[in-house]
Design a protein around this ligand. Sequence first.
Ligand SMILES: Cc1cc2nc3c(=O)[nH]c(=O)nc-3n(C[C@H](O)[C@H](O)[C@H](O)COP(=O)(O)OP(=O)(O)OC[C@H]3O[C@@H](n4cnc5c(N)ncnc54)[C@H](O)[C@@H]3O)c2cc1C
Length: 321
Amino acid sequence: MNNEYNILIIGGGPIGLACALEAQKKGLTYLILEKGCLVNSLYNYPVNMTFFSTSEKLEIGGIPFVSNNIKPTRAEALEYYRRVATSSHLKINLFEEVQSVSKVKDQYLVHTSKSDYLSKNIIISTGFYDLPNKLNIPGEDLPKVRHYYSDPHYYAMQKVLIVGANNSSVDAALETYRKGAEVSMVIRGEQIGERVKYWVRPDIINRIKEGSIKAYWNSALTRINKHDVEIQTPEGKISIANDYVLALTGYKPNFDFLKKIGIHLSHDDKQIPEHDSSTMETNLKGIYLAGVVCGGMETHVWFIENSREHASKIINNILSA
Ligand SMILES: Cc1cc2nc3c(=O)[nH]c(=O)nc-3n(C[C@H](O)[C@H](O)[C@H](O)COP(=O)(O)OP(=O)(O)OC[C@H]3O[C@@H](n4cnc5c(N)ncnc54)[C@H](O)[C@@H]3O)c2cc1C
């Protein structure tokens, strides 16, 4: 079979690319299988997004990342990872989804939307951005409800309700407000999330204080209708007119995909996929985790900057086997 490699890497995000660079450096054959475009998650981030990490913390394979300001934009990050992939001649098949991984003798058979591949070692670097945390309320399936936010212009002169008070929600609230949307926020607690970027937090707090953005504190969205929404507030249930709902309540890894492969998940709410943190090997010999997928529901624990080191841990373990 021609499709045989030392390593198959599932997911062409920054950490999948970091693993490929490390494998290449050590002379191992590998192939990245990516279901979307190159760094698909980053491509789908809000168009005007700025990373909270400084550019050197997003570097992979020791290749310098130069940005105009200390913290790079999404556009600069796309430029960087694309140049890394092309100048390093990384072996990557785009728009090819991995559908299953099964054991065949002493190898793994990886079945994709286009072909089959064999390898003794698999790296799963599938991230957490494909599945949004749903609200599970009536009306959530209406086309006006979005779990991903891209460009503020679309919402100009519209009544927009934003669910959540963390980074994604706050960025969307401020951007859409500044492009002329009438913005309200439904916030479960009584303050803006503590992890909101420190240079953005005062901005949202002051816009709420001055009444430019309406915040419903200690409240929950309970129903979405075509032209209005129902909110449970401490003063009782209210209904407000609405054109769009941005439910930016976080994302989670594809646990079914991991379970189908045979990877154990912790039995608590965190659902952390079992792995040895010194080698990143899972409960299945030769199957490794890399990047933010390692954190299960704890999606705030791993970033590019602290998970890029997974690459060398994994490749060293494979070489020592
Ligand atoms: C809005 C936002 C801002 C962020 N800002 C920062 C920051 O400033 N600094 C930082 O360090 N981190 C930041 N993060 C987190 C960061 O984006 C992630 O840490 C990063 O994308 C993780 O890289 P990864 O390679 O582990 O996963 P991802 O980048 O998510 O890559 C996973 C890839 O796997 C692919 N895939 C999934 N399933 C399959 C399959 N079955 N077959 C084939 N391919 C598959 C996906 O299409 C995707 O391309 C941010 C996250 C978000 C959402």
